[in-house]
Design a protein around this ligand. Structure first.
Ligand SMILES: Cc1ncc(C[n+]2csc(CCOP(=O)(O)OP(=O)(O)O)c2C)c(N)n1
Ligand SMILES: [Mg+2]
Length: 318
């Protein structure tokens, strides 16, 4: 079933006067991994989907000449695992505003294009909309807008707001006696915002077990290393001292991501932080762990190199 919100986005893309050039090929829209898939098949399907998403995302950023490709690539695996496998959510639930759906708040809103492309893979947003990214009148802004896209749960962009918003959503679930989970994706540089620490204390005090923060620990913020700017470490110990469960994973390993998400909500009733150790720009050789790729735009040649590297991964997972 194609939801009304989807049709609205498709019509807006159709009506757009300035569409970005077409990608080299349309992205495979895989949808959710089938419920009965084996763990091995699930992991392979997610790896393929995430690679398709990176392929499409870099072409959008290259075409429009703006975006945050490094910080998009570091979270695409976590977002893919959540939307295509772990979250209790579907386009129909979003359309019906089903109160029992799981929610995700992209607190690091500058990575909007990663979210949009994952939403395309999940069937929440039509593929053609990606060609309107950052264009006049587009619904796909540089930062996600709840008022424009139904699958976007909160408008974000100013860092330090997503966790307080998600804590409120988790509090509401608790008051409803609902098992629904609220995920919030945070940047590590973003943790320097004081508002996060207020929300961290509140969530522990209220025992918001349905709140799951995913920390994109790519060690880089805008223009510098996090540890050289305002150190976070020892982050796991800090979070435990604040009353949270902490799980550390390789944020590019789907097996570890699936296990971590499956461990939530924690039996202790505490909120959980999943510290996902990631690399900005991964897996593209010239971007990975390179601070320049926060906001830098790849040239046509660089897009081509990235596509070749991503296609080599697709061949491996075939
Ligand atoms: C309150 C606020 N200050 C500054 C910015 C500008 N800004 C956008 S992204 C970014 C860096 C964030 O670093 P991190 O959270 O590590 O995200 P990553 O770059 O790794 O994606 C900054 C400073 C902002 N969006 N909001
Ligand atoms: Mg970072």
């Amino acid at each position: 079933m194609v939801a009304a919100a989807y049709r609205e986005l498709a019509a807006a893309a159709e009506a757009s006067v300035s569409l970005l050039p077409e990608p080299d090929r349309e992205m495979e829209v895989s949808g959710r991994v089938p419920a009965g898939a084996s763990r091995e098949d699930r992991i392979r399907a997610l790896e393929r989907a995430a690679t398709e998403i990176r392929r499409r995302s870099i072409q959008t950023v290259g075409a429009v000449g703006a975006g945050h490709i490094g910080g998009e690539f570091s979270i695409i695996d976590a977002l893919t695992a959540l939307y295509l496998s772990e979250m209790n959510i579907s386009p129909e639930q979003v359309e019906a505003a089903d109160p029992e759906r799981d929610r995700l708040v992209l607190s690091k809103g500058h990575a909007a294009n990663a979210l949009y492309t994952v939403l395309v893979a999940g069937g929440y947003v039509p593929a053609k909309s990606l060609r309107t990214f950052l264009q006049p009148e587009s619904l796909l802004n540089g930062h996600p807008a709840k008022t424009k896209i139904k699958a976007v749960e909160a408008s974000t962009g100013p860092l330090g707001h997503g966790l307080p918003i998600a804590a409120g959503m988790a509090m509401s679930a608790k008051l409803d006696g609902s098992p629904r989970r609220t995920f919030v994706l945070l940047g590590d540089g973003e943790m320097q915002e004081g508002s996060n620490w207020e929300a961290i204390m509140f969530a522990a005090h209220q025992r918001l077990g349905g709140l799951v923060a995913v920390l994109d620990r790519n060690r880089l913020q805008q223009g510098a290393r996090v540890e050289d700017t305002n150190s976070l470490e020892p982050m796991p110990e800090k979070m435990r001292a604040f009353g949270w469960e902490v799980i550390e994973v390789d944020g590019h390993n789907f097996g570890e991501l699936l296990d971590a998400f499956a461990a939530t909500p924690a039996p202790s009733g505490k909120p959980t932080m999943i510290i996902a150790h990631t690399d900005k720009g991964t897996p593209v050789s010239y971007m990975r762990d390179n601070v320049a790729w926060h906001h830098k735009v790849p040239s046509a040649e660089q897009v081509e190199i990235a596509l070749q590297e991503l296609d080599a991964i697709l061949e491996e997972t075939n």
